[in-house]
Design a protein around this ligand. Sequence first.
Ligand code: CA
Length: 227
Amino acid sequence: MRILVVEDEKKVASFIKKGLEEQSYVVDTAFDGLEGERLASQTPYDAIILDVLLPKQDGVVTCQKIRHRGVSTPVLILTALGETDDKVRGLDSGADDYLTKPFHFEELLARVRALLRRKSQDKSALLQAGSLVLDPVTRKVEREGRQIRLTSREFALLEYFMRNKGQILSRANLAQHVWNVSFDMESNVIDVYVKLLRQKIDRGFDQPMLQTIVGAGYVLKDPDEND
Ligand code: CA
């Protein structure tokens, strides 16, 4: 899942980025409102964290503008303590939630997870596809009750597949949501990771879930659901 952090205080921005990266998210940062608007309009993010007090263009105006551009990515705004007006303006501008500074990172993380759930129909905290279950909080993965150990990148890849269950995902799409901007599309890294992931989630089970669609990409299918 790819997240944009728009925050001019570099220390805060890098603290958030580092924390989210430890949770296997891919994170881009912008340090003013205009840069935030530009990135949010160009890249299909899964969530945006937007500070209200920003140089060049404040967070509320930035949020309004990206909504006017048709970007429906969930937005969490960061407001200063006691600024009720900012919260109201933020939510009215099209933000989905707000968090007051200073905050505990765990709370930010819980709100980001809640935002990511908004995009999917399934509001449960656990991601499920057939007998495969991924818990974004504990970062545990199981199939038929057997625990599956994944590396950080494999976990990020599986989380993205599970949030987009049944959809064919191209390599370009996977690169945008699971790898960072410097990713080399010419390499076969994605195929290698999909293969590794497939070995871990499908090997030893009757029904393969992670399927290759020749010429199009990959899809994670719930064996219990017909399409
Ligand atoms: Ca700020």
